[in-house]
Design a protein around this ligand. Structure first.
Ligand code: BDR
Ligand code: CA
Length: 310
């Protein structure tokens, strides 16, 4: 019997963040000690409220702490086009019963990591502002971080600009600090998340699960699908659930280690994750980039996780 793996989830819910959270809490091998939120898909006040609403609806008790109010050096970009005005349009969720922590996310992260006997894994599904701030203000925490599994980046062009994926674009300076930290990183970027689509018949399977959380997730997926349909996707990419699924079962993924730098200065390319896929620089490989996924097994995992809420 293995000990449960200590986890912090840093997120900006967000439809796919909400599903990622619910998948993580359904896995009995994960010990989620803290959820932190950041501005991204919506403003910071909305993302923490969304996290609290989803967790309350699923009867999950955990500390939820709000983090950075804006990116390190830039104004916040949000994504109402994808996630709506609330950041979580679709299901009508009641006001949260869970209260936000009185601690700020960075203090809470440092405390959880400092007190943990084992190294802690961070799952990041939003802009990397909180994690970068943690590393800047509490550099001694770095050696106690086992790995950062993050949704962000792309080797195949962006989704918010031609070059940049949304999470990295929102705070490229923060991403640069995290990618240069020496902490093991798994990057679940668009390379893999566009292969991790959920299709209509699979959304129906989620809806048919006999519990209210699964039905709420199906409504989140209905809304998420509307945006992706406009852009010609057959299904909806399950971006953030990939970062969780990698920690639950890395065997679902094919990864390659590359040296990856973050572009912060580009006229057209700010926020790009520049992966040295041909190893032309000869620099140390700092990121395990997820390139492929066993999609069907991943969707089976997602569905199994939703059954847990029965
Ligand atoms: C990422 O951006 C957000 O809209 C999603 O929640 C995901 O984290 C995809 O680019
Ligand atoms: Ca997200």
């Amino acid at each position: 019997m293995h000990d449960k793996r200590p986890i912090i989830i840093d997120c900006d819910p967000g439809h796919d963040d909400a599903i990622a959270l619910l998948m993580a809490f359904a896995c009995d091998r994960l010990d989620i000690r803290l959820v932190t939120t950041v501005g991204g898909n919506q403003t910071p006040d909305k993302t923490i409220n969304n996290a609290l609403k989803v967790l309350s609806y699923a009867n999950i008790e955990v500390e939820v702490a709000a983090g950075a109010s804006k990116p390190l050096m830039r104004d916040l970009i949000t994504a109402p086009e994808v996630h709506g005005e609330s950041g979580l349009e679709g299901p009508a969720l009641p006001p949260p019963t869970l209260k936000r922590s009185t601690r700020n996310a960075i203090t809470a992260m440092a405390d959880v990591i400092g007190k943990s006997k084992e190294k802690v894994t961070i799952i990041s599904t939003g802009p990397l502002t909180n994690t970068a701030t943690l590393l800047l203000t509490h550099p001694d925490t770095a050696y106690k971080i086992e790995r950062i599994s993050l949704m962000g980046g792309s080797c195949i062009g962006g989704n918010w600009t031609p070059a940049a994926e949304f999470n990295i674009l929102v705070d490229p300076e923060a991403a640069g600090i995290v990618f240069d930290s020496g902490i093991p990183i798994t990057m679940c970027g668009l390379d893999v998340t566009h292969k991790a689509q959920i299709y209509k018949d699979e959304i129906e399977k989620v809806r048919n699960i006999d519990n209210k959380v699964a039905k709420m997730v199906a409504e989140l997926l209905d809304y998420f699908e509307l945006f992706h349909k406009k852009f010609g996707f057959e299904g909806s990419p399950m971006h953030d659930p990939c970062a969780v699924a990698y920690i639950i079962n890395p065997d679902l993924f094919t990864t390659e280690a590359y040296h990856v730098d973050i572009e912060t200065q580009g006229e057209f390319t700010t926020g790009a994750t520049v992966a040295d896929m041909r190893h032309v620089l000869g620099k140390e490989k700092n990121v395990d980039v997820a390139l492929d996924i066993d999609r069907e097994a991943f969707i089976r995992l997602l569905i199994e996780c939703m059954m847990y809420y029965g």
